[in-house]
Design a protein around this ligand. Structure first.
Ligand code: F6R
Length: 615
C-alpha cells in the first residue's frame, strides 16, 4: 500500500517522478504528492487528494525544477484522504521532506513526546511524526547529518516503513530506509532511482539494489551508495539485474490492465510450466523441492497461509495435496494465523502464497513459522519480493507483472505451480503412480490451449454480463475443487463491480443462503463433469425451483445442465484438479464486463490497493 518514488541525477526530477507514480498507482490512489529540491536549495512541494492526474492538474504550469525529488501515491491509513494528509510531509522548519509506505505503530507516543518538546502537527498522519522525529534528532546534535539522524531516529520507531527523505541543505543527497515495506534502488549512470517496486525503474536501468529490513541508505552523486543497518553496521550493496521487460508493464492496446492480464493467461500458464514439466522424461523438475527432497518426503503436515485470492489458490491446493500426496493440510488466512498460537514446528512445511510477495500478514506468518522451526516454501510472483527472499525455498509463478488490482493471471499461475508442487511431491513420496502422474502432466501441458479456446468466447461473456449487470446481489456456487473457484468468482465480482456477491460450497446453500434466492438472484455455478456432477445438478434444481437464474460453467458438450440453466459457458474437459484453472476464467471475464458496463474503475477499484503492506 502506498507507492514511493525518488530520483537523484542529472535529469529534471519532476517528470520522472510523475511517470513513476503512475506506474505505482496500483498501490494506492487516494492522494498523491511530490517534493523537488533545486540546486539553489529551495523546495517545491505539491500535494493533492485524488489520482496522480489530479496532482498534475493542480501543479499545472508551475512545474518544479530540480534534479532531486520524491513522490508518493497514498492508500490512507492514518487520517482521511485529503490534501493535508497527502505525502510528502515536512518538518516544522520546512527543511526536510519525507515520504513513507507503512505504519508507525508507536506514532502516538512519539507525537506526545514531540509535542512536549514544542513540535506542532498539521496532519493526522503517522508519517508527519517521523519527519519531526528525524528533525528533532538532527537538532539535538549538530554532528548528526540527515543520514545519521534518520538512522538514530529509526531506532525509536516501532512498525513498518519504506521511506525517502530529502534535506534542502543537501540537494545532492537522498536518504532511504526500510523495514517490512519494500524499497528498490536503481543504479544508473550518474543517477539513482528509488521506488516501491522495480516498475518505475525498469526503463532507465536494470541494475538494482533491494534494501533489506532495518537498513538505511544514502545515495549521493559525489559519494555513491552507502548502506548501514539502523544499529550502525556497514552493509555492502548487492546489485541484482532485473529481468522484467518494459512491455510487460504497459497496456499493449487493451482498454484495461485487467483485460490484458486475463488474455495473457495462456502465455503466463505456459511460462509457469516451462522447464518444470518434463513430459519426455516423465517427471517434474522444481529446484525448490528437489534441493530439499528429504524434507518433503519426511514432512508430516503442510500449512498453507495466504490472503484474498492467493488464499483461494491455497484452498484448491488443499484438495490437490490430499489427493496426490495423502498428507494432512491446513489452509489459513495469514492475518488470523499470525495472531494465533499455532502448534507448529520441525517437520511442518509452511507454504506461503503471495502474488506481490509483500503482503504484511503473510510475511509475518512466515516469520513466525521460521522462528518455530517450520520450513517455509514461498510461492510468489514478484521476483526479489520480501516473501521470496525470506522463504527457505520456493517457486516463482512467472506470470509477469500484474498491474490490475484484481488478481487474475497470478491466480491461475498459482494454481499451476501448486499442481506442479503437489504432483512432484506425490511422485517423490510414491503416493502417485506413474500413469496417474503422466496423465496429469499431459493434462497440464494442454491447459494453455484450453484457456486460449475459452478466451475466444468474449462476445458470449458480454451478453451474459449485460443481462445481469443490474443485479444488486449474486451467489457463486461450486463443490470440491470448484468450491474455491466460487469464492474467487464472488470476490472478483464484488471487488471491481461493487455488486454484493457471496461464494458458497453448493451443498451449503440449503443451510442458509437459499433464503436469498428469488427471480432477481443470479446464481453462478460451476457444474463441470467431475466427481460432484450429479450432486451439483441437484443444487441447480434447488435454485430453479425457487426462481433463481442459473449461469453455469459446464464441460463442453454437456446438454443436461443446458436444459436447466439460463446460460451456459463451456470449458474443455480436464482432470478434476486442473478444472479450476479453466473454470475461474469465465468468472474473471463476467466480472470484468459487468464492471465496465457499470462504468467502474476496473484497474483501480475504490478503497483497494494491489500490495497490502499494512496489516
Ligand atoms: C483480489 C486480490 C487480493 C490479493 C490479496 C493477497 O483480486 O488481488 O485479494 O489476492 O491482497 O495479495 P498477495 O497475493 O499479493 O499476497
Amino acid at each position: 500500500m502506498c507507492g514511493i518514488v525518488g530520483y537523484l541525477g542529472e535529469q529534471p526530477a519532476f517528470p520522472l517522478i510523475i511517470k513513476g507514480l503512475k506506474r505505482l498507482e496500483y498501490r494506492g490512489y487516494d492522494s498523491a504528492g511530490v517534493a523537488v529540491i533545486d540546486t539553489k536549495g529551495s523546495l517545491t512541494h505539491h500535494r493533492k487528494k485524488g489520482k496522480v492526474d489530479d496532482l498534475l492538474a493542480h501543479v499545472g504550469d508551475d512545474v518544479p525544477t530540480g534534479h532531486l525529488g520524491i513522490g508518493h501515491t497514498r492508500w490512507a491509513t492514518h487520517g482521511p484522504p485529503n490534501d493535508v494528509n497527502a505525502h510528502p510531509h515536512l518538518s516544522g522548519d520546512g527543511q526536510l521532506a519525507l515520504i513513507h509506505n507503512g505504519i508507525i505503530e508507536n506514532y502516538h507516543a512519539l507525537k506526545e513526546t514531540l509535542i512536549a518538546r514544542g513540535h506542532s502537527f498539521y496532519s493526522d498522519t503517522d508519517t508527519e511524526v517521523l519527519v519531526h522525529l528525524i528533525a528533532e534528532v538532527m537538532k539535538s546534535s549538530e554532528e548528526l547529518d540527515l543520514f545519521e539522524a534518520t538512522r538514530v531516529a529509526l531506532n525509536e520507531v516501532v512498525g513498518a516503513y519504506a521511506i525517502a527523505v530529502v534535506d534542502i541543505a543537501r540537494p545532492d543527497e537522498l536518504i532511504l530506509a526500510r523495514k517490512s515495506s519494500p524499497l528498490v534502488i536503481g543504479i544508473g549512470e550518474c543517477e539513482y532511482f528509488v521506488a516501491s517496486d522495480a516498475t518505475p525503474i525498469i526503463e532507465y536501468t536494470k541494475n538494482v539494489v533491494y534494501l533489506e529490513d532495518e537498513e538505511v541508505a544514502r545515495v549521493s552523486l559525489s559519494a555513491g551508495l552507502k548502506i548501514r543497518t539502523i544499529k550502525n553496521h556497514r552493509v555492502t550493496p548487492v546489485i541484482t539485474e532485473l529481468e522484467m521487460a518494459l512491455e510487460s508493464i504497459e497496456k499493449g492496446g487493451y482498454e484495461h490492465f485487467m483485460l490484458k492480464e486475463i488474455h495473457e493467461q495462456p502465455k503466463s500458464i505456459a511460462d509457469c510450466l516451462r522447464g518444470r514439466l518434463r513430459l519426455g522424461h516423465g517427471t517434474i523438475r522444481m529446484a525448490g523441492i528437489d534441493d530439499h527432497e528429504s524434507m518433503w518426503t519426511e514432512a508430516k503436515r503442510l500449512i498453507i497461509v495466504a490472503c484474498g485470492t492467493s488464499w483461494h489458490a491455497g484452498l484448491v491446493a488443499e484438495y490437490m495435496f490430499e489427493d496426490f500426496v495423502r498428507i494432512p493440510v491446513e489452509v489459513e488466512y495469514a492475518s488470523e494465523f499470525r495472531y494465533r498460537n499455532p502448534v507448529l514446528g520441525e517437520g511442518d512445511i509452511l507454504i506461503a502464497i503471495s502474488q506481490s510477495g509483500e503482503t504484511a500478514d503473510t510475511l509475518a506468518a512466515i516469520r513466525m513459522a521460521k522462528e518455530r522451526g517450520a520450513h517455509v516454501f514461498g510461492i510468489c510472483n514478484v521476483v526479489g519480493s520480501s516473501i521470496s527472499r525470506e522463504s527457505d525455498s520456493g517457486a516463482y509463478t512467472h506470470a509477469g507483472p500484474e498491474i490490475g488490482v484484481a488478481s487474475t493471471k497470478a491466480f491461475t499461475a498459482q494454481l499451476t505451480v501448486l499442481a506442479l508442487v503437489a504432483m512432484r511431491v506425490g511422485q517423490l513420496r510414491g503416493t502417485m503412480d506413474p500413469q496417474q502422474l503422466n496423465r496429469l502432466m499431459v493434462g497440464l501441458d494442454g491447459v494453455p490451449e484450453k484457456v486460449e479456446a475459452l478466451l475466444k468466447k468474449e462476445s458470449d461473456f458480454k451478453a451474459i454480463a449485460e443481462a445481469y449487470k443490474a443485479a444488486p446481489n449474486a451467489l457463486f456456487l461450486g463443490r470440491g475443487y470448484n468450491f474455491p473457484v466460487a469464492l474467487e468468482g464472488a470476490l472478483k465480482l464484488k471487488e471491481i463491480s461493487y455488486i454484493h456477491a457471496e461464494g458458497y460450497p453448493a451443498a451449503e446453500m440449503k443451510h442458509g443462503p437459499i433464503a436469498l434466492i428469488d427471480e432477481n438472484m443470479p446464481v453462478f455455478i460451476v457444474a463441470t463433469q467431475d466427481a460432484h456432477y450429479e450432486k451439483v445438478l441437484s443444487n441447480i434444481q434447488e435454485v430453479k425451483a425457487r426462481g433463481g437464474k442459473i449461469i453455469a460453467v459446464v464441460t463442453a458438450g454437456d446438454t443436461e445442465v443446458a436444459r436447466m440453466a439460463d446460460h451456459t459457458i463451456e470449458v474443455l474437459p480436464a482432470q478434476d484438479a486442473l478444472v479450476p484453472i479453466l473454470s475461474t476464467i469465465p468468472f474473471q471475464l463476467l466480472s470484468y464486463h459487468i464492471a465496465v458496463m457499470l462504468d467502474r474503475n476496473v484497474d483501480q477499484p475504490r478503497n483497494l490497493a494491489k500490495s497490502v503492506t499494512v496489516e
